[in-house]
Design a protein around this ligand. Sequence first.
Ligand code: MV4
Length: 446
Amino acid sequence: MFSRILIANRGEIALRVIRACHEMGVEAVAVFSQADEDAEYVRLADEAICIGPSGPAESYLNIPRIISAAEVTDAEAIHPGYGFLAENAHFGEICRECGIAFIGPSPEAMRVLGDKIAARALASRVRVPVVPGSDGEITSEDEAVKIANKIGYPVIIKAAAGGGGRGMRVAHNDISLHGAFAAARAEAEVAFKNGTLYIEKFIVEPRHVEVQIMVDKTGNALHFYERDCTIQRRHQKLIEESPCPILDESLRGELCKAALRVVKEADYVNAGTVEFLLDKDKNYYFIEVNTRIQVEHPVTEMVTGHDLIKWQLKIAAGQAINLRQKDIHHTGVALECRINAEDPARNYAPCPGTISKFVPPGGMGVRVDTHLHQGSIVSPYYDSMVAKVIVHQKNREEAIATMKRALREFRIEPIKTTIPVCLDILSHNLYLKSQVDTSFIEQEMG
Ligand code: MV4
């Protein structure tokens, strides 16, 4: 095992990785921007190093500064967390050249799966259903129209370098397709400096189901079951749960096996997530792979009892996962609510500020992952997520009751948060019956 690693991230995920390190006897080096100098994760690390001003481009996204921080502190490995540089294949290459272990997949696997067209082709090769669409890149509006008429409207234009909802456009007929194509290309060129596009049949009102996988360097590939992440607003997840309440054992097994075929074909190593859309008839379609640990990983940790961050470190250090698939069990139901410092009454505008009162919930079945405490500053420079409340119970009904109880206990003052929105969802008739799709928030919550 490593004796010392650097965490190229901030906030709750930096703290989450520090905790795993300390339980494993690994020293953790934190990096911080000027905005984060008083943050608790910085104090809890064994060593901390300032990497620049508050803007992410000059700190958490700045590769030379992070590599320098690892070199001066003698860190053997870098954990990228999520966001920032976590899915940057170039960063992985630089780590490799500098002799620093990247706690994640190889740059090659990141690159192939980061290209959504290549990822689609890869999934098809191993007989994993993909959404009907173009075989590769579409280079002209005429080509897009031809394919759209073959697969039928509605269609969705996506950026090959996209993911997470950016650079996508839906079209319902030939005329709107022309505009969608041009808009998607322009957006992709700005957002990803890559205007490559592809086209898929637009699955109407799908559910979003993702499979957690883990592969070691010996090729032992295991799944840790699925999460349902259907409750989203503008591509930001609000509530995640496991298991997906509408999967039966047979479909669950099929999805998990399909996910493993995809990551094996990519020679993937470390933790990853394979995303699927589920249509009204429960047909499933591969859409993309997230080559990082995700925000919602605690949901899977609660239902499987496995510490995914510890597995990430062990795998990166070359250890084999001494488990067989049949030894990974799923127990009960876990839910996660993401709490953001946003004002739902003002179109979810960010609410930065100093926290005067912070009383997180506790009690049986409740886990709170947060980097905040009384006196913390919520900075305007970064993501507005301030806490994750995770509950684990025997069944979905009890999990919902525990989550409602926990959210009502939670006091965060004086800023506005998304707690009331989560509570509204948890009382909604359709949510209780799990008759939801990805448009639920827009349609039911205004
Ligand atoms: C889709 C889709 C419908 N049909 N692809 C959004 C994020 C990115 N990961 C893929 N996304 C979608 N791709 C086809 N062919 C609908 C979405 C989508 C969505 C997916 C999951 C969760 C929430 C969503 C909200 C809007 C659109």
